[in-house]
Design a protein around this ligand. Sequence first.
Ligand code: B12
Length: 592
Amino acid sequence: MNQAMPTLPRLSADLLLLHPPAYFEFRDRRDIYFPFLETSGAQPITPLYEYFPLGFKSLKAYLEEREHSVRIINLNTILLRYPKLPLDAVIEALDVRVVGIDLHWMVHVQGGLEIARRIKQLRPDIQTLFGGISATWYADELIQYPQVDMVMRGYDTHAPMGELLARLSGDGALSAVPNLLWKSRDGEVRDNGFGFLPDRMGHGIDWQVLPSMESKSLPILEVMTAHNAGCSYNCGWCGGSREAFRRIFGRKRAMVRKPADQVDYEFSTLDKIPHVERYHYFVNGSYNESAKSFTRFVDRVGETPFRSISYEAFHLPSDASLAQMARANRRTSITLSPESHDPEVARLSGRGVYSNEEMEAWIGRALDAGIQQIDIWYFVGMPRQDAASVQGTVEYCTKLLEKFAGKRVNPMLCVMMPFLDPGSTFFEHPDEHGYRIYHRTLEEHRAGMERASIIHRTNYETNWLTRRDLVQLGYRGVRTIMEAKAATGLLPRFAVRDYVRAVTDALEFIDVVHEADSIADPRSRARAIDALGDEILMRNDRVFFSGVSAQGFPVNREIGGRWFDEMGWEAEVLQAALEGGPERPREPADAQ
Ligand code: B12
């Protein structure tokens, strides 16, 4: 077999926006365990965290209007779908001046830096640029890495990025680019200040061009809104909360909205998606809209024939609002996040604005009004939440399932892992809120992500739950709730059986890996982990294949057509570059 590196056609652009995997190289790893459910199971993603920031799409639209060519690559999709394709083949094919890597979610810290390191090694001609929330929060530390040339700070980087590209193709005077940290030729760090903090948020997204869904059996067809940055609310664990936004971006007003004309533009592009009637519309952050603008928004939503729609709600929506949402689309779901059944824990989590009784009565009214489904999220890792409290939440979820049996009322449990958001109030003031932080700096997070055990990768614990407790209680809770869903008929038994088996296996094996990863002597530790290598690899292969499942939809679905599955090259081109004939999706290894 020819071992030569595959050659890909050149990919040319002024700017390449690249979404890294949370961890690189994840393929064929025998020394780091990525357990099932590591992503908490809310989204249809693997532990690589494949979503790229929505801002990539609005940046592309904005910059292209200004005659700069921009391409987007989601490296996750490429590496998952083409397990034999070396990263170097992608890097060698780049014909770009700058690669912009997102460090928006802290979880990408190791992967982002590792990809940048390899780019600089192979292609010193390419400049590396980081951006996003975590890149902004850790900008001073990030720019010190030799593989990082620039950091673009800010919640809205459209105009600064326009200026950067114009300068790079013009006079090269980077000192004129707002919000930029950069290195001069002699390697000295220059700080242009962080002065571009607009009241309105950037540019709409052009949804017209989406990755091809090819012939997927259960395609994940979803588009989403992000019409605001920041938040009106102040949940202490959240890196996007009111206080966190102020802290990270140094701006007093913590709410920034997309202007109405840009929202209209976005809708006009949504209307042009071929077969939009097959798409789910995920409305993020609708709780940040005023009652008046939300009403306008729902009316507009009703004009596009989406297959289904989901909204997130902080308070319980009024009866009038329920009726309007149900009218706008008959497959409407509403997501509540009370976080805990215990009113005190819920309040300390930043929620607690309704009682369980009020919520239950409201669910009845919502279903009567024609809302199709209610999703209810509970959290593990909150202040004053101990083992008994988690157990109480799990029992309450079971009670909800029984009470609303036959209806689509779907309680779910999420462990806050691996990270408590840096920049959040609990992260910045851990003692006051009962938290202990294990990784504080960027480098501690990066190194932490290289640990074999998910428990060691986790960056915090609370006075009430250790890191191991968080994982163990959370996983057990999810398992119990899943079993209750099979018993009450909310989910098919076969799906729950497979899911529960995967959770049970993870629960046991997390401890096995953790014990080995806890050996103090590094050489003995490496030996102990190596002895587990085959077992680790077999399990990782079940998680990293061309498919994903989520708690809300616990059935494996093939990836490839999700809005963030941008690969840069057509599937056939990637296929042709690889030896060995047509691409075949990897199947998960048989469950034991
Ligand atoms: C909507 C949303 C989501 C959506 C998806 C959003 C998306 N794809 O962009 C969903 C629900 C899928 C999601 C998932 C997650 N989210 Co979220 N999410 C948000 C939310 C509510 C709004 C984000 C938003 O709309 N931004 C506005 C859009 C239009 O702009 P933007 O994408 O931020 O991009 C701009 C700038 O940030 C910047 N930028 C960003 N990246 C880059 C890169 C470069 C190179 C440059 C130049 C600029 C740049 O420029 C862009 C243009 O102006 C925020 C909270 C908040 N109030 O901000 C949390 C938030 C961002 N999410 C967070 C987290 C933790 C997650 C998850 C890890 C949760 C989990 N455990 O599963 C996952 C990660 C999923 C993944 N990557 O695979 C944290 C991040 C904390 C941190 N710093 O690590 C936040 C702050 C709060 C929270 N806890 O939810 N999220």
